[in-house]
Design a protein around this ligand. Structure first.
Ligand code: UFG
Length: 299
């Protein structure tokens, strides 16, 4: 309903089913005429994937296979897939990451995304009338600017933005920063935070490119700019008008100093460029958080 409200259109039809439920996914595609599929249904916590690897392969790879089979039997041949920068060997270097950078996911979540990409590329090679857009997200962040749609993370959130948001909302006392001795300008980890509305535009551009080019692509989606944990914390303070207290904690296992993307291919292939900056990310997140926790007084 809120998607409809935010878009000023009738709410989209929703069918609730498990992505691994072959019958449900087949029936859905048989009953409706799909031109293309955008596939987002996956598990996405790095730490969770280390303790429950089988579920990650089952949902992220097995679920994708179910979608492909349903598409095949119903003549749907265009797919936009939600992948991740986690497929890269992020420990390898510090520069901007290009799409031809070496792979090397170091956790089951990342491995499941890389396997899913391989499944899709094999399908595309086997069926030349298929075209697949693989989008490797960097750090998606923020909420819909209306404040109507945002994330409700598991408790406690793994990711930086929802964690800061909970501190701002008074749900947590302070932000724990995982290390201030990284080889970065202020010693805290640097990432490429991309606003979810920019990501959404990237998906539409991907679909347009599939229709236009008749073949697939693999593209990074990010801003090309790296921001440190402290940069983001300060931007959030500015957006919410409150102090975000922090403590420096030990480094988190598996983290890297810096990760941001090379945006050249996104520009060339999709005509895509991120438009929103960290201030827009934090402002939209704060608007959503006040919706999520109505008891938070406006600042
Ligand atoms: N961080 C903190 N404190 C927190 C949470 C995060 O200091 O409470 C720091 C991290 O150490 C890191 C940065 O904030 O430097 C970003 O951390 P996130 O967990 O938000 O994001 P990651 O870059 O670690 O992971 C994201 C996605 C993963 C994906 C990965 C690589 O969440 O799904 O990018 O693409 F695998």
């Amino acid at each position: 309903d809120r998607i409809g409200q935010a878009a000023g259109r009738p709410a989209p039809r929703v069918v609730e089913a498990d992505i691994r439920d072959r019958t449900a996914i087949h029936d859905l595609m048989e009953r409706s005429q799909f031109d293309a599929v955008m596939h987002f249904a996956g598990l996405k916590s790095v730490s969770d994937s280390v303790s429950r690897p089988a579920e990650y392969f089952d949902v992220n790879v097995g679920g994708l296979v179910t979608v492909i089979q349903a598409m095949k039997s119903n003549g749907v041949r265009k797919l936009v897939f939600s992948s991740s920068a986690t497929v890269y060997d992020l420990g390898a270097g510090q520069g901007a990451i290009r799409e031809d950078a070496p792979f090397g996911p170091n956790n089951p979540y990342g491995q499941s995304k890389l396997m899913a990409e391989q499944v899709l590329q094999a399908q595309e090679a086997a069926a030349p009338d298929w075209s697949v857009g693989i989008l490797r997200y960097f750090n998606p962040a923020g909420a819909h600017p209306s404040g109507l749609i945002g994330e409700c993370p598991a408790d406690p959130p793994d990711n930086l933005l929802p964690y800061i948001a909970q501190v701002a909302a008074g749900q947590r006392q302070y932000l724990g920063i995982f290390g201030d001795d990284w080889d970065t300008p202020d010693g805290t980890g640097v990432r490429d935070y991309v606003h979810i509305t920019d990501l959404a535009r990237g998906h539409l551009a991907s679909l347009d490119a599939l229709e236009r080019d008749g073949h697939g692509h693999v593209v990074n989606l990010g801003t090309g700019r790296g921001l440190s944990v402290q940069d983001v914390r300060r931007a959030y303070e500015h957006a919410c008008g409150r102090e975000i207290p922090f403590r420096i904690l030990p480094r988190r296992p598996g983290d890297v100093a810096s990760c941001y993307c090379d945006t050249q291919r996104a520009r060339d292939v999709l005509g895509f460029e991120a438009r929103q900056d960290v201030d827009a990310i934090c402002a939209s997140s704060w608007k959503w958080v006040r919706h999520l926790y109505p008891e938070v007084s406006p600042s």
